[in-house]
Design a protein around this ligand. Structure first.
Ligand code: PLP
Length: 364
């Protein structure tokens, strides 16, 4: 039986619509900045993709800045909007935020993984203009943060809000305008588009200094010839990634959680989550051991923890949720892709049960 890919939060499989748009754009010779006919043809493809991304995520096309991915989009927001402001970020944010610049103040989360709103309010009240960075959904647990409440607090204290919407996009409804946030980062490959392209969406009227001024592309906000084929694929993926279709994934995720057994911890289960993600804690077994054993059994999952120099480092997300170091290094993330087969839960549970049986045989 072929392997089962359950690592969508690392990267979603390419959608056929994205592949077709990408391949079609590959053969366009023109540079979108050239004024001749081939340049204008390339520009039309670029602007169509921009319109698609804008329409899906509640932005105006002119406020979509294409980037090399969400790492760049997040860095652009922090550097461009954070000048002269304190930067407050949730402790469970992705390293693309937490390591974007020095001096970021981290805000605690609750045991269920959601941002501690009282701590945010206290930080905002303690003075100084701020830029608040909160992800829509966490990449390890799938936990959704209470963005409407965060937005109200930001408005009350005159703070800007930047949202890393990478893991929510395409899985739950996400709208920059609907939320009223100042900026939003997106990554194409997390919604079934190609890797290496993303966008920063800006609130109308908001501008920022370019990190890479270059030739003034993207209305002077991001220099460099646009990665047209990847951007065309991104636009098609954004249009195809309809959150209404992910209800099916919630059924599969729930079946996994119901089937693993009561001794398995389900991290973040008390909070609202994206439908495709579950983070499973098997006490006493390092995540790396689980990931390798499951891989041998044909299940592609990932560790909630990073592995460096052969040592499993505890996940900063799980530590922030209050887990001990050993526990925080014993959780795996199962993230169902948009095209997960209907028997995905059944097949995963079979492999997980086999892993646990092997572990108890080894322990005996
Ligand atoms: N933000 C979050 C929440 C992510 O999960 C990731 C990737 O895993 C990123 C940002 C970085 O995105 P990219 O790979 O497009 O740089």
């Amino acid at each position: 039986m072929s392997a089962l890919y359950l690592d969508a939060n690392a990267s979603e499989p390419l959608r056929p619509e994205a592949r077709a748009a990408l391949l079609a754009a590959l053969d366009l010779p023109g540079n979108p900045s050239s004024v001749h006919g081939d340049g204008r043809a390339a520009r039309r493809v670029l602007e169509q993709a921009r319109a698609r991304v804008a329409a899906r995520f509640g932005s105006r096309p002119r406020d979509v800045v294409f980037t090399s991915g969400a790492t760049e989009a997040n860095a652009m927001a922090l550097h461009g909007l954070g000048a002269g402001r304190r930067i407050l970020a949730g402790a469970t944010e992705h390293p693309a935020i937490l390591r974007a610049m020095p001096g970021i103040e981290q805000l605690p989360v609750q045991a269920d993984g959601q941002l501690d709103l009282a701590a945010l309010e206290a930080a905002l009240a303690s003075g100084g203009p701020a830029l608040v960075c909160v992800m829509a959904a966490n990449n390890e647990t799938g936990v959704l943060h209470p963005l409407e409440d965060v937005m109200l607090l930001c408005q009350r204290h005159g703070a800007l809000l930047h949202v890393d919407a990478v893991q929510a996009a395409g899985r739950v409804p996400v709208s920059l305008a609907g939320l009223g946030a100042d900026s939003m980062a997106l990554s194409a490959h997390k919604m079934g588009g190609p890797k290496g392209v993303g966008a920063l969406l800006l609130r109308p009227g908001l501008d920022l200094a370019a990190l890479l001024p270059g030739g003034g592309q993207e209305r002077g906000r991001r220099g460099g010839t646009e990665a047209l084929p990847a951007i065309a694929g991104f636009g098609a993926a954004a249009e195809a990634a309809d959150p209404a279709q992910s209800a099916r994934l919630a059924t599969l995720r729930d079946a996994i959680e119901a089937g693993v057994g009561p001794e398995i911890g389900i991290l973040g289960a008390g909070a609202p989550r994206v439908p495709n993600t579950t983070c499973l804690l098997l006490p006493g077994t390092p995540a790396e051991t689980q990931v390798i054993a499951l891989d041998l059994g044909g299940m592609r999952v990932s560790a909630g923890s990073a592995c460096s120099s052969g040592k499993v480092a505890a996940s900063h997300v799980l530590l922030a949720m209050g887990l001990g170091r050993t526990e925080a290094a014993a959780a795996i993330r199962v993230s169902l892709p948009w095209n997960a087969p209907d028997d995905a839960a059944e097949r995963f549970l079979e492999a997980y049960a086999a892993l646990r049986a092997r572990l108890s045989r080894n322990a005996a």
